[in-house]
Design a protein. Sequence first.
Length: 137
Amino acid sequence: MAESAAVEFRIDRRSGVATYLQIVQQTKQALRLGVLEPGDRLPTAREVVEATAINPNTVLKAYRELEREGLVEARRGLGTFVRRTLGGAAATTDAPLRDELTDWTRRAQAAGLDRDDVSALFTAALDSTFDKGDQQT
């Protein structure tokens, strides 16, 4: 039987995003980054509940949503397993970009920005870059 993949869900109760959607989003991010791969078992609802203190039905709702999207499949008595990834080749070819971004976030932290500040700054830059790209086409 496959071991649980090394994915740990972090729930931000102040984010305004539904808890089950946070799990869905974090799972998709792990799929894009190659942290989760086909055949990996997601943590059981019990494991997620123990780590995050959320309701087991919330975890199950998130897993059902991921299953509906064709990303995972539930196997009775065995767990929930990844069916496909979202990352393609980008997960391996973007390592230099990830390193640069990590360096940038460390510099931002050293400059006194907290996680929310960095997130807001990055989101603004991302929106500006991709909005410009959309207008050019």
